[in-house]
Write a protein that binds this ligand. Structure first.
Ligand code: FPP
Length: 242
């Protein structure tokens, strides 16, 4: 079923969409290309879709670009992904003046190369006051790791008496997560036919509508996005806000 843009109910858009961009490697294999070409194609899909989500009026998008597990891939592939990331950051720093996208990185950035950390800080600072799409890019991110890092920060604040044990509840805990101040995702999209969360946003996805799509990430099109949103809107109608 092909869903067109005009079938979407613009009054009921998901506020926050999370995406597991999976299948770059299999897409490459299918097209007799290298895995790196697959990641390059995936990066273009990300650019096109973020532009479209900004135009549609989606407020937040969080994408899984590099997990804590991804370091275990061959060094050449990790280096290539880091190179793509450098290009991505550089491009967005350059075009920040004309874009209205606010970019924030989630995950443990202390493990990333120093020059990447510096670029991230610059990009976050220059897009801080943008009013369009809020794009979170998960880098060296793992849901369990995020929860542990949050626990460590709470532990520090307990030691320094900035927080009392009785004050610890869900809303306080959320303030310590990488996604503090961002509403939980309404819709999660995972491409490539895999039906798992793979340690992505474990806390934040507790009530999220899950949408799995067979297509590999580089083939995920605007119509696929509309279809995911349309699916979300049908489910919401059936189940209310539960
Ligand atoms: C999963 O495909 C994808 C990744 C591990 C990387 C995602 C990265 C991008 C889409 C582009 C880079 C993004 C930025 C921000 C520069 P896979 O390699 O696991 O595919 P497979 O399961 O088919 O092997």
């Amino acid at each position: 079923m092909k869903v067109e843009k005009n079938q979407i109910d613009f009054e009921n858009l998901p506020t926050h969409i999370a995406i597991i961009m999976d299948g770059n490697g299999r897409w490459a294999q299918k097209h007799n290309k290298t895995r790196t070409e697959g990641h390059e194609a995936g990066s273009k899909t990300l650019e096109n879709l973020t532009k479209e989500m900004d135009t549609l009026g989606i407020q937040y998008v969080t994408v899984y670009a590099f997990s804590t597990e991804n370091w275990k891939r061959p060094k050449a592939e990790v280096d290539f992904l880091m190179g793509l990331l450098r290009q991505y950051l550089k491009r967005h720093i350059r075009q920040a003046k004309r874009d209205n996208i606010k970019i924030r990185i989630i995950g443990d950035r202390s493990m990333l190369a120093k020059d990447i950390q510096k670029q991230i800080t610059v990009l976050e600072e220059i897009t801080e006051n943008k009013t369009g799409l809020g794009l979170q890019i998960a880098l060296n991110y793992g849901g369990r790791d995020e929860i542990i890092r949050s626990m460590q920060k709470i532990g520090e604040d307990l030691l320094h008496k900035k927080v009392m044990v009785e004050e610890i509840n869900e809303s306080l805990f959320e303030k310590y997560l990488d996604t503090a101040l961002i509403p939980d995702p309404d819709l999660l999209i995972r491409t490539s036919g895999e039906i798992r969360l793979s340690n992505f946003l474990l806390w934040q996805l507790a009530y999220t509508e899950l949408y799995f799509c067979e297509k590999y990430w580089p083939d995920f099109s605007m119509n696929d996005l509309y279809q995911a949103i349309y699916h979300f809107q049908q489910r919401k109608r059936r189940f209310g806000a539960l």
